[in-house]
Design a binder for this molecule. Structure first.
Ligand code: KG4
Ligand code: ZN
Length: 342
């Protein structure tokens, strides 16, 4: 089955052509990052307008890369939510329009379902597995028993991990989005130089809290002045911050693994690009004898090919959505199970 997938939940306009939910024949990611950077964050109205300009060219280019036309497409899938509702509407409406005109089956996919199965485009992971999703909007632990079968084990109580990276980068004058910049600076830094908290490390839950970390960094900046925003002190502060985030993410994941008694681990979402986190999860997996799957960085950050994995699965099961389906800004992943398997 040849599926056309569209993803416009935030600031990337993405389209992909995927065969059988496995083989990426064409994938286009048109990023708006440079446009939003000047505002220090994503401006929803600008995002919607840019998606509108970019969505048709992205689809055309993905079909061209795949050497196919719309005549060859057998199903259409798009991100339904969660995300910026105006942004989501562009991709979702485009997908529904194509499905209507071409009389094709259509399904709306949860954005996090895409992240969970992005690694399946490299190598499928047998069920059940434990998944840590870390992105700009999510820091969640799930038990995954199949596509559409999710149980939430924990989540952040305030900022998401990516949000913590981005806010910390902003207050260090590193621009937006800053996760990748902190990662790069941290490589040359001493993670022990600054003492930062490990929030909720020993509370016995699978929940996270990252807003205090950003405040702790702000306190250091106030105490030490602007000299901490350059050279070795900056690299050390980035390394110390990254080590704190990584330690908490690894410890909570380890506790969830023990609680669920599973031995397979998937780490997904934009923050899964982080070299410190990847190394920390590799050490944990080695120590606990886990099968670890972290997709290549290009599959960790937002893309449309990942949406095609669960999308294609649903279409093959005959699970489709009506063309009246609306975009949703908030949508807990665990509710997908009742929706797909009533
Ligand atoms: O999954 P994603 O592309 O979009 C959302 O669904 O949110 O994640 C974007 C987030 C941003 O917060 C960005 O700063 C962060 O992922 N990120 C990183 C790295 N690369 C991207 N954070 C830490 N280290 C990185 N290397
Ligand atoms: Zn995402």
């Amino acid at each position: 089955m040849l599926t056309l997938a569209i993803e416009t939940s935030c600031d990337e306009t993405a389209a992909a052509v995927v065969r059988d939910g496995q083989e990426v024949l064409g994938s286009v990611i048109s990023s708006q990052v440079a446009i939003h950077a000047e505002y220090g964050g994503v401006v929803p109205e600008i995002a919607s307008r840019k998606h509108l300009e970019a969505v048709v060219p992205a689809i055309t280019e993905s079909l061209f890369q795949a050497s196919v036309t719309l005549d060859d497409i057998q199903g259409v899938v798009a991100t339904r939510g969660p995300g910026l509702v105006g942004a989501l509407l562009v991709g979702l409406s485009t997908a529904k329009g194509i499905a209507y005109v071409r009389k094709l089956p259509f399904v709306g996919v949860h954005h996090i379902e895409g992240h969970l199965f992005a690694g399946f485009l490299e190598k499928p992971v047998p069920f059940p597995f434990l998944a840590l999703v870390v992105s700009g909007g999510h820091t969640h632990l799930y038990r995954v028993d199949g596509i559409g079968r999710y149980r939430q084990l924990g989540q952040t109580l305030d900022d998401a991990a990516g949000e913590a990276f981005d806010k910390t980068a902003t207050l260090l004058g590193l621009g937006y989005p800053g996760g990748m910049v902190i990662d790069r600076l941290a490589r040359e830094g001493n993670p022990k130089r600054y003492q930062l908290p490990r929030p909720l490390l020993h509370d016995g839950s699978c929940n996270f809290s990252f807003s205090g970390l950003k405040t702790a960094v702000a306190t250091i900046v106030r105490r030490e002045g602007d000299q901490v925003k350059e050279g070795q002190p900056l690299q050390d502060l980035c390394a110390s911050f990254q080590a704190a985030v990584t330690e908490v993410l690894v410890a909570k994941t380890s506790a969830a693994i023990a609680q669920e008694g599973v031995n397979r681990l998937v780490v997904a979402g934009g923050v899964a690009c982080n070299s410190g986190l990847r190394a920390g999860m590799a050490v944990l997996s080695e120590r606990e004898g886990l099968e670890l799957s972290i997709p290549a960085p290009l599959l960790c950050s937002d893309n449309a090919a990942m949406i095609a994995v669960p999308g294609n699965f649903y279409l093959e099961q005959g699970i489709t959505d009506d063309l009246t389906l609306d975009a949703v800004a908030t949508w807990p992943l665990a509710t997908v199970t009742a929706l797909r398997y009533p």
